[in-house]
Ligand binder design. Structure first.
Ligand code: SF4
Length: 402
């Protein structure tokens, strides 16, 4: 991971973006903003699943009135999303939002833009210049031969220029596109052009799994280069999935501390002694229900499982009808296979309460020896040919004989 690009900092409510602040996760509500209770319920769900900042559309007067009631009850800062009508930006500020997003592609009159910037400056609120390839200012597209990285960046810099004319620079910028390569190139160019904090996103990424893959490819690539101060996954899915995905991406890149469970599981192979997919799903549900903030491994065989997952806090590996519970790679207990998930959850709670060292010290005396014997037994049965290729080849040869 490269060093993070140095940016100036803006503050959205209580959340700092840019500078030395951690990269933050954003998502957007899908409710009508005028539906105050429904929108608040969604904001709470987003905040509980990793969103640091939530955006709500402010597309009409009813939405602005809704924001006036939502903002004081929201657990996280609220950003109003503004398109076409600059007066709704003024209304949203009056409603008390913590920041605005303006689309330069559809609010283009300099007088309107400057009026909003002046008001934001007076209220101490930041604005995101949210350029989008799909709604790019036609003039910028004409000048640059379409929605190119240069056109997206030029649109953002033009808007920033208007803000600067009224002395307003409390600005984050995004240059989103649904084409991942275009989005990456646009953000790279933007990062070379300005030191304002950047909000990353692949817009209209679509449903799972493609939407997730596009977002991770675009956002993850830039974050790994040190570019990006706040992120949003734009998925055609429950927005809670956006918040979870954003948070998880930051955690796996080491940009945020792990808050919840990190379940690692082997992909399974010919050596697997158990249905890894089923056991992993059951373990994930049980551990998430108890909100266990550990890295827990579910491994298909004891031959390789404890060793391969020795970085995990704890885990379980199957073998000859048994589950071998291990803590940091050391087998501490052996349980019947049908008790694997229950035993794993129990051990996770003990690791949390007592610490991993204490659990290793309290290991059953014969657990390592049983695991070693099972490993030898499996190796003897399976040899190095876990998929029994030799047997298969001889059968294939018999079948294929003319
Ligand atoms: S842990 Fe065992 S079953 Fe899982 S992938 Fe590795 S060798 Fe295969």
């Amino acid at each position: 991971m490269l060093e993070r690009r140095r940016t100036r900092q803006v503050t959205v409510g209580s959340v700092a973006v840019g500078g030395d602040a951690p990269v933050t996760v954003q998502s957007m509500t899908t409710t009508k903003t005028a539906d105050v209770e429904g929108t608040l319920a969604q904001i709470y769900a987003l905040a509980a699943n990793g969103a640091d900042i939530v955006r709500c559309t402010c597309n009409d007067e009813a939405a602005a009135e809704g924001l006036a009631q939502i903002v004081p009850r929201s657990p996280v800062p609220v950003v109003a999303d503004i398109h076409f009508r600059h007066e709704l930006a003024l209304a949203a500020m009056e409603a008390g939002v913590h920041a605005l997003r303006l689309n330069p592609g559809n609010i283009r009159k300099p007088a309107h833009i400057k009026l909003v910037a002046r008001e934001a400056k007076a209220r101490g609120l930041p604005i995101r210049i949210g350029v989008n390839a799909g709604s790019l200012d036609p003039e910028m597209a004409r000048r640059h031969g379409g929605a190119t990285p240069e056109a997206l960046v030029a649109s953002a810099m033009h808007e920033l220029g208007l803000f600067r004319e009224v002395g307003f620079e409390d600005v984050k910028i995004s240059v989103k596109a649904s084409d991942v390569r275009l989005m990456i190139d646009a953000y790279r160019l933007l990062a070379e052009t300005t030191d304002h904090p950047l909000h990353l996103g692949v817009t209209e990424a679509g449903p799972l799994p493609q939407g997730l893959i596009k977002s991770v490819a675009g956002i993850g690539t830039l974050l790994a280069e040190g570019i990006g101060d706040t992120i949003r996954f734009s998925l055609t899915a429950d927005p809670v999935e956006e918040a979870k995905a954003g948070r998880t991406l930051l955690e796996v890149l080491g940009l945020r501390e792990r808050k919840g469970l990190d379940l690692v599981a082997c992909p399974s192979c010919g050596r697997a002694e158990v249905d890894v997919i089923r056991v992993a799903a059951e373990a994930q549900a049980a551990l998430e229900a108890r909100n266990i903030p550990l890295q827990v491994a579910v491994m298909g065989c004891v031959v390789n499982g404890p060793g391969e997952a020795r970085e995990a806090d704890l885990g379980i590996a199957a073998g000859r009808g048994k589950g071998h519970l291990f803590v940091r790679g050391r087998v501490v207990r052996v349980v019947p296979e049908d008790e694997m998930v229950t035993a794993l959850v129990e051990e996770a709670e003990r690791v949390l309460a007592e610490g991993a060292d204490a659990r290793i010290a309290a290991a059953d005396a014969d657990a390592e020896a049983i695991a070693a014997a099972t490993r030898d037994e499996l190796l003897q049965i399976q040899g190095n040919d876990a998929n029994r290729a030799a047997e298969r080849i001889s059968r294939i040869r018999r079948i294929a004989q003319p």
